[in-house]
Each structure stands twice: as structure tokens, then as C-alpha cells.
Design a protein around this ligand. Structure first.
Ligand SMILES: [Zn+2]
Length: 69
């Protein structure tokens, strides 16, 4: 189920025009693409955070080691 982007009435998925106000609705493919892009950005952010944490942990280990000279 979806909601009209104009009047907010509930309507079935896959319709092109709202049957209440006639406003053209965004296509399912567009919605799916936007959803996928949002997920990709979410995963990229998680990966970056994990990489930063690993780097910080590596830096801490390096600092805890006594100097070699
Ligand atoms: Zn509508």
C-alpha cells in the first residue's frame, strides 16, 4: 500500500495516478532505486565508521608499544 504524494489518501501499489485527486505518483522502479541508494549510503557509512574504528585501534596499539630504539 502507498499514499498519494499530493492528498495523502491510501491507494494500492503500482498505480500511476491517484484515484482521489489524480496526481501522478512516483513509479515503483523510482522508489526502489531511491531505496537501494539509501541502503548503499547507509552501508558505506557503516563501513567508513568500522574502518575509522580499526584505524584508531591500530593507532592505540602502536602507541602502546615501547619505542624500538
Ligand atoms: Zn491524491
Amino acid at each position: 500500500m502507498g499514499f498519494c504524494i499530493s492528498c495523502g489518501q491510501q491507494h494500492q501499489d503500482g498505480i500511476r495516478f491517484c484515484r482521489f485527486c489524480g496526481t501522478q505518483q512516483p513509479g515503483e522502479q523510482l522508489l526502489m532505486r531511491l531505496r537501494q541508494e539509501a541502503e548503499q549510503i547507509h552501508y558505506l557509512r557503516l563501513q567508513m565508521q568500522a574502518a575509522q574504528q580499526q584505524q584508531m585501534a591500530a593507532n592505540n596499539q602502536f602507541q602502546q608499544q615501547p619505542p624500538r630504539w
